[in-house]
Design a protein around this ligand. Structure first.
Ligand SMILES: CC(C)(COP(=O)(O)OP(=O)(O)OC[C@H]1O[C@@H](n2cnc3c(N)ncnc32)[C@H](O)[C@@H]1OP(=O)(O)O)[C@@H](O)C(=O)NCCC(=O)NCCS
Length: 203
């Protein structure tokens, strides 16, 4: 997958200056995830979830997360999901996103694809890598013929909600409460965005 370069990002108070932030994006590459990525992917997802979901999901669920089970789950994802893409910085896998066909088509047309997950290593948050992976995922969904995209996010996941809003996603009214992930009820909202390319010419 082609190397992407995004514009320099603002200084974000992280202690890294503009040049360093821009440097990470310039080093970042994306490519389809492969089986050899699985050990690193599992560690990354575990670290990301423990950091991102503290205070959002039950602490026991986070404490019980097991790298071996996450690896098995991602082994399955790589086999069945229509796309799984990693972001790398100097060959280290620092993010992953995955998606494909809509899994729960209530109130959604079958021309709608879905983002199943996106995880960026917390050490690299706010460097533009999430936006880079999301943009690659959107390109994949477009190439697969989907006309719009949906995703579910936890209603209490404020970081993710700000991230998606900044990338043009909006609430479509879909909501659900599910215990399937953590064993405790978690409220989720559905977000959407069009995948139709904007025409820039006036013809
Ligand atoms: C959500 C997530 C993918 C964002 O990735 P990221 O690489 O940090 O995001 P980016 O740097 O590309 O941010 C793009 C824009 O999103 C918004 N944004 C991202 N994080 C934000 C935050 N913590 N607070 C407010 N806005 C935020 C900003 O507008 C940002 O642009 P800016 O930095 O120029 O202001 C990442 O935080 C993550 O992996 N979280 C844990 C897993 C998760 O919640 N995934 C979503 C599940 S539905």
């Amino acid at each position: 997958m082609a190397r992407r370069q995004l514009v320099a990002k603002k200084y974000d108070g992280s202690g890294l200056g503009r040049a360093t932030i821009q440097g990470i994006l310039e080093l970042a590459q994306t490519r389809p995830a492969v089986a050899a990525d699985l050990p690193r992917l599992a560690e990354l997802v575990l670290a990301t979830w423990r950091r991102a979901y503290a205070g959002v999901v039950p602490p026991k669920f986070l404490a019980d997360l097991d790298v071996r089970r996450i690896k098995e789950r991602w082994e399955h994802h790589l086999l069945v999901n229509e796309f799984s893409i990693v972001a790398t910085v100097q060959r280290d896998v620092v993010g992953v996103c995955s998606g494909g066909a809509i899994r729960e088509a209530v109130g959604v047309q079958t021309t709608c694809g879905e983002f199943y997950s996106i995880n960026i290593d917390p050490r690299y948050w706010r460097r533009g890598l999430g936006a880079l992976l999301l943009s690659n995922g959107i390109t994949s969904l477009q190439a697969l013929g989907y006309r719009d995209a949906a995703l579910w996010t936890m209603a209490d996941n404020r970081r993710a909600k700000s991230f998606y809003a900044s990338q043009g996603w909006f609430r479509d009214g879909g909501e659900r409460t599910t215990s399937s992930l953590t064993g405790s009820p978690i409220h989720e909202i559905r977000l959407r965005r069009s995948l139709l390319k904007q025409r820039t010419d006036s013809a």
